[in-house]
Design a protein around this ligand. Structure first.
Ligand code: NAP
Length: 292
């Protein structure tokens, strides 16, 4: 049976290391990293995400601002807020919670965030830096997924990595990060022919598809590492459940290591957001990130 990768424990450790680094920054440089989260509208899931992000930011010793705007907020008002935050020296990270209401052009808003404060790593400047091997702010969930893979496998160089999914927010950045780790990367998507045969090549399989329990155990190379990014809400036996993109029951019998859902990649996202905010604060002040 596969080793179960405890993302919750890893994320707790990362958050504790970030909190320690924040203390160092305060003591040695009088610098307190600050993160502003902007929520437009009343999306129930987004409200929970924003509340969790703000709470964990404060727990890490950072300053947190929550800007809650009504769903009817004109695009111009949101852009004006982003501009104000871009020019606020106490605010080092800006996160605009997605999805935005339909009348707002999300791409325009994300491009308005200063790349230096883009702790979500979605700005095209950061996307370009990542894909050209330059230092950049990296999207949080992909970063967390690759951190877990490195924690389990050590060096990733030379491994066959199969990424299922090519979205801008997960699949593509995961593939770039794995390429930077010297993996041989295959990116599969909805038009891929014979997906099970492609997945079977992977020493490392990262699933970011959004299809409940799609990847089966007999698709896997025995002993491979499976990082399941999927979070799917389903109903089974009359109960609401969260499941990943991998069929955990059959995959754990074949894989060498696997992330559970929940408790795998999910908790890594906010931990990496705090890490990015710490890095952004240091970079904006010309200070090295304290060794963690
Ligand atoms: P997305 O934008 O919908 O992208 C899904 C990708 O999967 C697309 O590239 C699509 O291919 C591919 N795909 C769909 N059906 C497929 C099939 N049958 N075979 C092969 N590939 C298929 O989704 P996303 O935003 O990347 O999210 C993926 C999953 O990660 C979701 O479950 C989401 O909830 C989860 N997620 C978790 C976190 C977190 O842990 N915090 C954060 C973000 C996302 P095409 O490009 O060809 O359409």
């Amino acid at each position: 049976m596969a080793k179960i990768i405890d993302g919750k424990a890893y994320a707790e450790g990362l958050r504790a290391r970030v909190a320690w680094a924040v203390k160092e920054l305060k003591a040695k440089h009088g610098l307190i990293p600050g993160l502003a989260v902007v929520l437009v509208g009343e999306d129930a899931a987004s409200k929970v995400y924003v509340a969790n992000k703000s709470r964990q930011t404060v727990e890490a010793g950072m300053t947190s601002w929550k800007h809650k705007l009504p769903a009817t907020t004109p695009e111009g008002d949101l852009l004006a807020l982003v501009d104000k935050l871009n020019h606020d020296p106490a605010c080092h990270g800006i996160l605009v919670q997605l999805p935005l209401p339909k009348h707002i052009d999300s791409a325009k808003v994300l491009s308005a965030v200063s790349p230096a404060k883009d702790v979500d790593g979605f700005h095209v400047v950061n996307v370009g830096r990542l894909s050209t091997g330059q230092d950049s702010l990296v999207p949080c969930t992909p970063l967390g997924a690759v951190m877990l893979a490195k924690d389990v496998l050590g060096k990733l160089a030379g491994l066959e990595a199969v990424v299922i999914g090519r979205s801008n927010i997960v699949g593509k950045p995961v593939a770039q990060l794995l390429l930077a780790e010297n993996c041989t990367v295959t990116i599969a998507h909805s038009k891929t022919r014979d997906l099970p045969a492609v997945v079977r090549r992977g020493d490392l399989v990262i699933a970011a598809v959004g299809r409940p329990e799609m990847v089966k155990g007999d698709w896997l190379k025995p002993g491979c590492c499976v990082i399941d990014v999927g979070i799917n809400r389903i109903e089974r036996d009359g109960k609401a459940r969260l499941v990943g993109d991998c069929d955990f029951a059959s995959c754990e019998k074949v894989a060498g290591a696997i992330t559970p859902v929940p408790g795998g990649v999910g908790p890594m996202t906010i931990a990496c957001l705090l890490h990015n905010t710490l890095r952004a604060a240091c970079a904006q002040n010309g200070i090295a990130v304290p060794a963690m």
